[in-house]
Design a protein around this ligand. Structure first.
Ligand code: MSP
Length: 632
């Protein structure tokens, strides 16, 4: 039986816009999948999309689309994105897929049958954006989401609950017996602390909307989106529909995730599996968060850059190399375009590119074919020792997901290759027939070094490694061929184009336009004083009448009550809100705006709304307050 390896990424919220930070999980998982395939494992690499829940439903409604149609459109975006980033996933799971829905229902039914799911009343806080329940214990007075800092909704619902508390002790035992279960260790310790405080049962169904997997025995409930999503790791490999495939790959070897979703993966998911009497994943690796040029990634900062834009400018190999080399996997890290360029010029163009070009040029100038070694000489031992050591450590570091160390070591070998050329001075041997055998050996040794480096880099520098091997007439024929003096001599070689052209920083136009300094300048320029703000008279108003303005899709005429005064305003929100849905809503208006006419209709003020690229939401007040109340 062949060795298997099952690796997963989280499934992405279908309505999120992936940026370099969120794509990071998948980029790294792809490297691991490629490494394991190279090591001879029958590897299964899974990614997909998370499509149910209130947040997706709200987005679909705002886009005036049926949620399934909306999801179908958006899911394609992810399939295309991963293709554009050369991600080698073996399957793509969607939580709206039939087999997945059935598996979620099987989980829910079985856990209910054994008494681990029961009906109860939920009262607490909910973050629609993160689809996460919070208790008072987790929150400060301002009741904002600890993860995304958005205001929370207070919810009171009849819900099904999962008896998570029952699994506190079994989980603690598992953590103790499997010290590598959650990594890095500081994140494992965080989980152990939560366990030591004791877990509380969690709500696992919702009734206030219907975009989800129906609870099989009580279809007015839909399964909570996280319960639904976590099941993807087993539904996609056949649990409930392909026993053979499931037994082959489960338990997963590693779930790669970002740190903010660690609790769900390291506590809730294992408890669900215990309840189902299924084995637990072997490892959960929770990496840190990326910032871009030192700033949190956000649309408004202009740094939530589509990773394809970066890849178009620099190539996937370079972007991947930079991410894995400069950001210590596990910790938070900063993506800096300047540092990316430094890595391209110094490591890829200079160290690696020159080594390959110098070696292949000398071979083509002096031999018809790649020569064989015969005359061992100075520095050869050192080269052999370093090659063997680097390979040994490469396996160790790659198995630990310590990509920074693996790459730093490989670069020691690359640098030694350039030094070996300087020390052996092959150009001096070229014109002396008596030195031909030594010249052949030096060039063979260099080719061997380069071939080994190319194989080790191939899970990361996919295209570059392939190019190098092709130009040297070599083929990868199993991991046993990684090692000293396993290069096949006597084959035709091609010098080829430089691997990485140098970037001229003076002429180069960077793709992330917002540097920290620029950002600051813009922020400063747009700052207002408290006196500027005081000029605005913002007040609470209640919508008492709303109607469409004939011949306009967008404009609505609203009659407002502002502390007993009747006000008329025209608002451009008709594409998103129906007049009926606005009646009775308390909104915020600019009360002292100069009156104007829109399509001939007088507008005496303006309502406030929040807008991003595809959504629009009116601003309302949190709880009861008299109309006319001033905003300060
Ligand atoms: N749908 C859930 C996962 C369910 S898995 C059963 C989800 N989706 S997500 O789209 O919000 O996140 C996808 C991945 O992107 C997560 O691993 C998350 O940690 C990661 N990141 C999002 N922004 C990030 C950074 N700025 N930096 C690094 N990773 C971050 O969560």
């Amino acid at each position: 039986m062949s060795k298997t390896f099952y690796v997963t990424t989280p499934i992405y919220y279908i309505n999120s816009d992936p940026h370099i930070g969120s794509a990071y999980t998948t980029i790294v998982a792809d490297v691991v999948a490629r490494y394991k395939r190279m090591m001879g494992y029958d590897t299964f690499f899974l990614t997909g999309t998370d499509e149910h829940g209130q947040h997706v439903l709200n987005s679909a409604r705002a886009a005036k689309k049926d949620p399934k149609v909306f999801s179908d459109e958006l899911s394609r975006r992810f399939v295309d994105l991963w293709k554009g980033l050369e991600i080698s996933n073996d399957a793509f799971v969607r939580t709206t897929d039939d087999y997945h829905v059935k598996t979620v229902q099987m989980f829910f039914q079985k856990m209910h049958d054994k008494g681990d799911i029961y009906i109860g009343k939920y009262e607490g806080w909910y973050c629609v954006n993160c689809e996460t329940f919070w208790t008072d214990k987790d929150l400060d007075e301002d009741k904002v989401c600890p993860t995304c800092h958005r205001p929370l909704e207070h919810v009171e619902e009849e819900n099904y609950f999962f008896r998570l508390s029952k699994y506190t002790e079994p989980l603690l035992k598992h953590f103790k017996e499997h010290p590598d279960f959650v990594e890095p260790d500081f994140r494992r310790n965080e989980m152990i602390r939560i366990l030591e405080d004791g877990l509380e049962d969690i709500s696992v169904s919702r009734t206030s909307f219907d975009w989800g997997v129906p609870v099989p025995f009580d279809p007015k409930h839909v399964v909570y989106v996280w319960f639904d999503a976590l099941v993807n790791y087993v539904s996609a490999i056949g649990y409930g529909w392909n026993e053979e495939m499931f037994n082959k790959y489960w338990p997963a070897d590693v779930h790669f995730i970002g740190k903010e979703i660690n609790r769900f993966h390291s506590l809730v998911w294992p408890a669900m599996l215990m309840s189902m009497e299924l084995p637990l994943p072997k490892k959960i690796f929770a990496h840190g968060w990326l910032t871009v040029n030192g700033e949190k990634i956000s649309k408004s900062k202009g740094n939530a850059i589509d990773p394809r834009v970066l890849v178009k400018a620099y190539g996937m190999d370079a972007v991947k190399y930079y991410l894995l080399r400069d950001i210590q996997f596990g910790n938070d890290g900063n993506f800096s375009e300047d540092n990316l360029i430094v890595r391209i010029n110094a490591d890829l163009a200079n160290d690696l590119g020159n080594l390959v070009r110098r070696t292949l040029s000398m071979i083509s100038q002096n031999f018809d074919f790649l020569p064989n070694f015969s005359e061992i000489g100075a520095y050869d031992d050192e080269l052999e020792k370093l090659t063997t050591e680097t390979i040994k450590e490469y396996f160790k570091f790659m198995d630990e997901f310590n990509f920074t160390k693996a790459l730093t070591n490989i670069w020691k070998l690359v640098k030694f290759g350039n030094k070996y050329i300087d020390l052996t001075e092959p150009w001096l041997m070229a014109h002396d027939d008596s030195k031909k055998a030594r010249l052949a050996t030096v060039l063979y040794n260099l080719s061997d070094l380069i071939r080994n480096v190319a194989i080790m880099l191939s899970p990361i520098l996919v295209k570059t490694a392939d190019n190098i091997l092709k130009n040297m007439g070599q083929r990868f024929e199993g991991i046993e061929t990684l090692g000293w003096h396993k290069t096949v001599p006597g084959v035709k070689i091609t010098v080829g184009e430089p691997l990485f052209p140098r970037i001229d920083t003076k002429k180069w136009k960077k793709v992330i336009n917002m540097t920290k300094e620029e950002d600051k300048k813009i922020e400063e320029k747009s700052q207002v004083t408290i006196d500027d703000f005081a000029k605005l008279d913002l007040r609470v108003a209640r919508i008492v009448k709303a109607e469409r303005i004939p011949k306009s899709e967008k404009l609505l005429k609203l009659i407002l009550d502002v502390d007993g005064e009747e006000r008329q305003i025209v608002a451009g929100i008709g594409k998103v809100y129906t007049p009926e849905s606005l009646l009775g809503r308390e909104i915020i208006i600019i009360y002292n705006l100069k009156p104007t006419k829109l399509m001939g209709i007088e507008s005496n003020g303006m309502l406030l709304a929040a807008k991003d690229s595809d959504k629009l939401r009116i601003l309302t007040v949190d709880g009861q307050i008299d109309t006319g109340a001033k905003i300060s």
